[in-house]
Design a protein around this ligand. Sequence first.
Ligand SMILES: [Zn+2]
Length: 401
Amino acid sequence: MLLKNCRFLLTQNEKRDILENVDVLIEGSIIKKIGKDLGKHGKNDTDCSRKIVMPGLVNTHTHLGMHSLRGLCDDAELHDWLDIIVKEEKKLSDKQILENTEAGLREAVRFGTTCMYDSYRLAEERARLFERLGMRGCLSSTIREKKDIAASEKFVKSMLARKSSLIKPVVAAHAIFSTDEAILKEVIALSEKYGVRRRLHVGETRKERFDVQQKTGKLPIEYLDSIGFLDEKALLVHAIWITKGEIRLMAKTRTKVSHNPISNMKLASGGVMPLVEMMQEGVTVGLGTDSVVSNNNLDLFEELKVTPLLHKQHRWDPKVITPQDVLDMATINGAKCLGFDDVGSIEVGKNADIITIDLAPHLLPATTKNIVSHIVYSANGNDVCDSVIDGKMVMKDRIIR
Ligand SMILES: [Zn+2]
């Protein structure tokens, strides 16, 4: 497959090169060549002379199984919201959860996501839906009680045995407040045994922070460090109510973070995640939408815009974060958060996870100097035309195959 004459190619390589009027040759799942006039290749060759070509977006936090609950509870803070939503989730049948997952996957593809982390019940069945549509991602079923551990281990073992090129299994606990230390230690043990990522919601509300402090005598991240949860396989979600000392612990242990600004604002989490301090300390941070019940869609371009707006406003400083910083979070850094080192940039030898975007009037005038800014501040999910995941054309001319 050839992406022909790309008007702008945002490589997201080490030097963040932006190339003009080049072809991208994809063979199998791999980017084979990038250069001028690479000829013709096959039926999926696509004219990109009026398009921006860039790595597909990586969404580091979703719960697709909740898709049919969109709009159910728009005006509650997290703990009240959970009381309402968990009751409704219990009523979801297996069939509904799988229909929800499929609907969520299609919405995500439509808006330019090519890799996502999804956690919910029925991990095995959801993984098959990911593979059927061709979505790359991390999947887990959330562990809350001891009885959930065996199912999670079974899923990890079966996914590793299948050697899927698209799916990585993850071991996930819900949160410190909703589980106990023995469970968290089981999560660490499973993650170590199989060499897979472990995930936890943490520091989402001020109440949670004080509750953890009261229960353990430590701040949440200090507590996680004390039980051995933090290392390069750990992915923490939200991480709003944390201190500079905790950020240093995260940096030291190479713990990853998923930032979900729209979900956090919608659930009125109050504080603002200390993203600037995390960037200064070198913590790898990706972007997430969270579920459509707290967002309310899977258009990650909205996070691309809201993230810098939130942090500029909060710090009274327009220079605290650049468009390039945000694009990195949504592509190469998001991929690192999920353990996919071979996606997130467009480079020879890497897996081909690529989207194309129409140079619509609201993205003009376009130059190599302003194109990243346009992607962050002016583009939206509906601008995405084509999506290639693992070398396969998953969406062409806005039609999902
Ligand atoms: Zn979540």
